[in-house]
Design a protein around this ligand. Structure first.
Ligand code: SF4
Length: 199
């Protein structure tokens, strides 16, 4: 973790947003899509959408049209519409800072809730995506194939104040160096300590 901290001191989400609602929408849009693709779409969408009322005003068809370059755009559009409706009806339009309330929203699972909790509300959470799981397994930090098991193993190993940063740092390392195909082990600061080093 010290070596990762030196490599990625400022690691944070690559998703672009200016308020909690926009991050929530971006996280829903990011399912099975790269952050770069999401940012391309939200650059235009967020110039018009600041909160859930703006989504309802936009309407389902227009939302689908704006995000149609992303995979699963119909499903994601419905989830964002429904999430916006719930936020307005139950929470005065505000994104809530508990896992239970976040996970009750359509399109928000454990990973998404963890990202929002840690990024917006500074609640310790270690969200596990494909990069976090792969790099952790290669490093021998977990043997889990299930994200819940990976999260549990990492949280047992790490102090709470490192959970969020570790999420971002493992993602950064997974994207840049410990790639799924052809990891760059000869350029990896962790190689002396990595049981799966391919060198
Ligand atoms: S040594 Fe290779 S497998 Fe291990 S963390 Fe680095 S890039 Fe990944």
């Amino acid at each position: 973790m010290r070596l990762l901290a030196e490599e990625y001191p400022q690691a944070k989400t690559a998703l672009q947003y200016t308020n909690p609602f926009q991050l929530l929408v971006a996280v829903i849009l990011s399912a099975q899509t790269t952050d770069r693709q999401v940012n391309r779409v939200t650059e235009k969408l967020f110039s018009r959408v600041q909160g859930p009322a703006d989504i309802l005003e936009l309407g389902l068809s227009a939302l689908e049209e704006q995000i149609k370059s992303l995979g699963l755009f119909r499903q994601k559009s419905r989830q964002i519409m429904e999430t916006s409706r719930i936020l307005l009806e139950k929470y005065g339009g505000q994104v809530q800072g508990t896992r239970e309330e976040l996970e009750s929203l359509p399109g928000v699972g454990r990973k998404s809730a963890g990202i929002i909790l840690s990024t917006v509300f500074h609640v310790p959470a270690l969200a596990v995506d494909t990069h976090v799981a792969r790099v952790s397994r290669r490093l021998g930090l977990t043997e889990g194939n299930n994200p819940y098991v990976v999260e549990e193993d990492l949280c047992l190993l790490l102090p709470k104040d490192l959970w969020s940063l570790t999420h971002h740092r493992l993602i950064a390392h997974g994207r840049k160096v410990c790639r799924a195909q052809k990891p760059l082990c000869d350029n990896c600061v962790l190689s002396p300590h990595c049981p799966k080093c391919f060198l």
